[in-house]
Design a protein. Structure first.
Length: 226
């Protein structure tokens, strides 16, 4: 049975949703292996393992960051500092009585600024989500909408932060066409695009929300404790 007790395939209690990680793994790895052998890239099973090892070796920097993020989150959990900060922030937001749209724009701005200091999207989410998700839930904003705002802020300033993992590679390619180009040259060139992305995607999210278009599968815009 792949359906939950209420008959919905997308309910959190549905077995298919609980198995989403291994299903995604199989959906991607099976076509990849078939293509590898069909194209001649893979000759034996060792080639498949070698390709997987090569991919995972590039995750080393993330794993190091994830280790310290896990310690940070554990400390937040044991000390309840994250909960206190979230509650204090929620009380502040309630006192300001800001509309949900303004709160979401604030989340986008915060993420865009933090992105200048922390390049990894996963690391930023690991640091921000323990505070921002419950804080915004307290004022009626769903975790899904919070993550959508996070993705906009993260994406819009990626090209102007030197801490992005691919930034040195972009500079090298830029130097092939613009001699003497460096970090400052690339940042100044990309700044108008970064601002345009920030404004356009923020307006797009607000328009999507205003029109009531679905944010995703079983992903509401608002949150109610009841």
């Amino acid at each position: 049975m792949l359906r939950s007790t209420d008959g919905s395939l997308t309910a959190y209690s549905a077995p298919i949703m609980k198995s989403i990680v291994p299903l995604i793994f199989l959906i991607f790895i099976i076509p990849g292996i078939v293509f590898g052998f069909a194209s001649g890239t893979f000759k034996t099973g060792k080639d498949v393992i070698g390709a997987m090892n090569d991919s995972m070796s590039k995750m080393g920097s993330y794993m190091v960051m994830a280790f310290f993020c896990a310690m940070f989150i554990k400390a937040f959990s044991d000390s309840n500092i994250g909960t206190l900060v979230a509650l204090a922030g929620a009380d502040g937001l309630k006192a300001m009585a800001l509309p949900g749209e303004a709160t979401i724009i604030g989340m986008i701005v915060l993420t865009a600024v933090v992105n200048l200091l922390i390049g990894s999207a996963s690391a930023k989410w690991a640091l921000l989500s323990p505070i921002m998700v419950p804080m915004l839930m307290a004022v009626g904003i769903s975790p899904e909408l919070t993550q959508a705002a996070f993705r906009i802020g993260d994406s819009s300033t990626n090209i102007i932060t030197p801490l992005m993992v691919f930034f040195p590679l972009v500079v090298v390619y830029c130097q092939r066409y613009v001699k003497g180009a460096g970090v400052g040259t690339l940042v100044s060139m990309m700044m108008p695009y970064s601002i345009a992305f920030f404004v356009t995607w923020s307006l797009f999210l607000l328009a999507w929300w205003g029109l009531g278009m679905p944010l995703g599968v079983a992903a509401p815009y608002t949150w109610s404790a009841g």
